[in-house]
Design a protein around this ligand. Structure first.
Ligand SMILES: Nc1nc2c(ncn2[C@@H]2O[C@H](COP(=O)(O)OP(=O)(O)OP(=O)(O)O)[C@@H](O)[C@H]2O)c(=O)[nH]1
Ligand SMILES: [Mg+2]
Length: 420
C-alpha cells in the first residue's frame, strides 16, 4: 500500500487544575490555604526517524494525545506534568495545519524535533491567592484546556539523487546494486510503491539515492498516482533518468525518454531544470548495443551511460559520474516558509448553545480563560467579566440569539442573569 500523505489528529495535554485545600492540624483553628498548582500538560512533538520511509503507520492510528497534567493537591503539592508525546516521522515530512494549510514544520534534518502543540499550563492552587485581606481563598485556577488540531503529514523525500523512469526499467535493481538498500524487485509494473533510500559510497564520501515508484504518461496529471510519486523527486539535486534500452517490453526507449521528461516538466519547472544523467539499463539484453545506443543518442540528443544493473556492467563508472557531478550542485535546502503556529492558549473562541431549560450555555477558550482567572462571585471581578464579554462580542451574540434581560446564562456550574 502506498501512503505518503495522511491526516491525523493531535492534542497536547490539558493543564491540571490547581487545588483548593487548607492546612489542618489539631488545635490550630483556621489553617492557611495550601492547595498546590496543577501540572502542565504534555507537548506534542514531531521527530524525524531516519529508519522510516513511509507514513503508513498513520493510516491505522489517527489520534495522538499527550498526557494531561495532574491536579494539584493539598500540602502545597504540585500535580505531575503530563508526558510529552513524541511522534516519529520519516525525514522529509512536511506538517501542515489541516484547516488553513499553513506549514507547521518541515522535518528536514536527522533527529530534528519540533514542538507543534504546546501543553496547557497548570492552574494555580489556592495557596497562591492568599493575600493579607483574603486569608482563606476558597478558589483556585483551572488548568488550560487544549484544543485538538487536525494536521496533514506529507512526505517529500530528501535525497541527493532521484531515480526516475517508467515502471520495470530496473530502478530498484540499480539502487540495490550501488547501496545496501534492499528494495523489492520484480518483473511487473509498480513493484515499488514508496520511495526507497540507499546510501551510496563515493570514495570517502557518500550520497543518498532515492528509488521512486515508476512514472507513466500523464503522471503529472495524476495517472498511476504520478502526482504522489513526482512529489518525491522535488527535493533531490540530480535526476538519474533510467531507460530500458532493450525495449524488451515492446516499448521504444527514445519515446520513453521524451515522455518521462515531458512529465517532469509538466509537473514543475524545477523538476525539468534539475541536472540529469541518462542511464541506459538492461544493456546485457541487447545484441547490437552499439547501434541501439547510437540511435538513442542521435534521436534524443542526450548522452547516455550504459549499464546493466543485473551484471554490474558500467555501475562503477556511473557512481563516479554521479559523485563528481554532485560536487558542483548545491545541497538541497529546507523549504522556505512562514511558520504557522498554534496559539499556545486559545483565549478567543467561544460557543453558545441553549440548554433544554432555556439557559444559554457559554463554552470555549475565551470563557475558560475568564473562568480560570476570575472569581465570579466577587463583584469587581464580575464587572470585569461582563466588560470582557461585551468587548469580545459575546453579549451581542447572545442578544442575536434572542437573549433578553433576566434570561439565565450558564458557565459550567455557575449561573447568572443576562443584563444588556
Ligand atoms: N536483463 C536485465 N534485467 C534487469 C536489469 N535490471 C533490472 N532487470 C529486471 O527488470 C525487472 C524490473 O526491475 P525493478 O528493479 O523491479 O524495476 P523498477 O524500475 O524498480 O520497477 P517499478 O518499481 O515497478 O517501477 C526485474 O525482473 C529485474 O530483474 C538489467 O540490467 N538486465
Ligand atoms: Mg522498483
Amino acid at each position: 500500500m502506498f501512503v505518503d500523505k495522511s491526516r491525523i489528529y493531535i492534542k497536547a495535554g490539558n493543564g491540571g487544575d490547581g487545588a483548593v485545600s487548607f492546612h489542618r492540624e489539631k488545635y490550630v483553628a483556621a489553617g492557611g490555604p495550601n492547595g498546590g498548582d496543577g501540572g502542565n500538560g504534555g507537548n506534542v512533538i514531531f521527530r524525524t526517524d531516519p529508519s522510516k520511509n513511509t507514513l503508513i503507520d498513520f493510516r491505522y492510528a489517527q489520534h495522538y494525545r499527550a498526557g494531561n497534567g495532574a491536579k494539584g493537591e493539598g500540602g502545597f503539592c504540585r500535580g505531575k506534568n503530563g508526558e510529552d508525546l513524541v511522534i516519529s516521522v520519516p525525514k522529509g515530512t512536511i506538517i501542515r495545519d489541516y484547516d488553513t494549510g499553513g506549514i507547521l514544520a518541515d522535518m528536514f534534518y536527522d533527529d530534528q524535533e519540533v514542538i507543534v502543540a504546546y501543553g496547557g499550563k497548570g492552574g494555580k492552587g489556592n495557596a497562591r491567592f492568599a493575600t493579607s485581606t483574603r486569608r482563606t481563598p476558597g478558589f483556585s485556577q483551572k488548568g488550560v484546556i487544549t484544543e485538538e488540531h487536525s494536521v496533514i503529514l506529507e512526505l517529500k523525500t530528501i535525497a541527493d539523487v532521484g531515480l526516475a523512469g517508467f515502471p520495470n526499467v530496473g530502478k530498484s535493481t540499480l539502487l540495490s546494486r550501488v547501496s545496501a538498500a534492499k528494495p523489492k524487485i520484480a518483473n511487473y509494473h509498480f513493484t515499488t510503491l514508496s520511495p526507497n533510500l540507499g546510501v551510496v559510497r563515493y570514495h570517502d564520501d557518500s550520497f543518498v539515492m532515492a528509488d521512486i515508484p515508476g512514472l507513466i504518461e500523464g503522471a503529472a496529471d495524476g495517472a498511476g498516482l504520478g502526482h504522489e510519486f513526482l512529489r518525491h523527486i522535488e527535493r533531490v539535486r540530480l535526476v538519474v533518468h533510467v531507460v530500458d534500452i532493450s525495449g524488451m517490453e515492446g516499448r521504444d526507449p527514445v519515446e520513453d525518454y521524451f515522455k518521462i521528461n515531458q512529465e517532469l516538466s509538466t509537473y514543475s519547472e524545477k523538476l525539468a531544470s534539475l541536472p540529469q544523467i541518462v542511464v541506459a539499463n538492461k544493456c546485457d539484453c541487447v545484441y547490437d548495443i552499439e547501434d541501439v545506443i547510437a540511435r538513442f543518442e542521435r534521436e534524443t540528443g542526450a548522452k547516455v551511460i550504459r549499464i546493466s544493473a543485473i551484471t554490474g556492467e558500467g555501475i562503477r563508472d556511473l557512481v563516479e559520474l554521479i559523485g563528481k557531478k554532485l560536487e558542483d550542485i548545491p545541497k538541497v535546502a529546507p523549504m522556505e516558509f512562514e511558520p504557522f503556529e498554534y496559539a499556545k492558549e486559545d483565549n478567543n473562541s467561544y460557543d453558545i448553545s441553549v440548554d433544554e431549560d432555556g439557559a444559554y450555555v457559554l463554552t470555549g477558550g475565551l470563557i475558560d480563560m475568564l473562568v480560570r482567572n476570575i472569581v465570579l462571585d466577587d463583584l469587581d471581578s464580575f464587572r470585569y467579566f461582563q466588560k470582557t464579554l461585551r468587548d469580545k462580542g459575546v453579549i451581542k451574540a447572545l442578544k442575536d440569539m434572542g437573549a433578553t434581560d433576566g434570561d439565565v446564562i450558564r458557565i459550567e456550574d455557575t449561573e447568572f442573569d443576562f443584563v444588556e
